[in-house]
Design a protein around this ligand. Structure first.
Ligand SMILES: [Zn+2]
Length: 253
């Protein structure tokens, strides 16, 4: 059994910089890492919020966590093993919602995993730990990379309520509409939808002072408009999305 103290000591040794540990009960963000000063964790040190289940983490998992703190997601194997262990532990927590989600990433035409990793690394390398913050940049909080899945909507379903992507904070899960799993949906557009949903993970919806939900804050919109393919994606959405949706519907036969 680990305590916050023994964990902090072990991780400080792994990282070679001070690590503070506190236990949390956050199932949506079981690992929260924040630099203690400026620069990469390995020089600045880390304040680490870990879900209480880390009390029972095997030594190898703590080593993987240390490795990930040191080099970010470039520590591929360590990150993968760590993600897997965390996901397995989260799954053991008392269920919040009874419904389980079946995650399906490989579609007929697009595999969502490489797209997610590529968009994440290109647009949000520091938020999701693909790389550590540079020396001259204020410390950024690290977030766990969301899981992704094709949603279970019918690609030939109603056009009116078409929602191409969604992000669930509780499940830290991005869902993409299966309509886009089609060679006629260009990759740059699928990537843009993934980008938009990842942006929701970084800028969570919040209530305005008046009590209304704000999903796309001005900060969100500003960041979105800086996406390299933003104009092209909006143009495709306006010009070509509906005709694709209609063609796919007509195929129903
Ligand atoms: Zn949105």
């Amino acid at each position: 059994m680990w305590t916050t103290d023994t964990l902090a000591r072990a991780l400080t040794q792994e990282l070679g910089a001070p690590v503070q540990v506190r236990f949390t009960r956050s199932r949506s963000t079981p690992v929260q890492a924040k630099a203690l000063g400026y620069g990469p964790f390995k020089s600045a040190g880390v304040d680490l919020g870990l879900h209480g289940f880390f009390e029972e983490a095997p030594v190898e998992t703590v080593q993987d966590l240390g490795h990930w703190l040191r080099v970010g997601r470039r520590a591929r194997l360590a990150s993968q093993r760590l993600d897997q262990w965390i996901q397995a532990r989260v799954a053991l927590l008392p269920a919040k919602a009874p419904r389980r989600v079946r995650v399906k990433t490989q579609g007929q035409h697009y595999d969502l995993i490489p797209l997610l990793h590529s968009v994440g690394a290109q647009e949000f390398p520091r938020h999701f730990g693909f790389e550590n913050p540079p020396l001259d940049d204020p410390a950024k909080d690290l977030l766990p990379l969301p899981a992704i899945t094709w949603s279970q909507q019918n690609p030939r379903g109603k056009l009116k309520s078409l929602r191409l992507g969604s992000y669930s904070k509780d499940r830290n899960l991005v869902r993409i509409h299966p309509l886009l799993d089609d060679p006629r949906a260009p990759e740059f557009f699928v990537r843009y939808i993934i980008f938009h949903e990842l942006l929701h993970a970084i800028h969570p919806s919040h209530r305005s002072p008046g009590g209304r939900w704000v999903h796309h804050s001005p900060t969100f919109r500003r960041r979105e408009s800086r996406y390299p393919d933003y104009a092209r994606a909006l143009q495709w959405e306006q010009k070509d999305l509906w005709s694709l949706a209609k063609k796919i519907r007509r195929k129903r036969g």
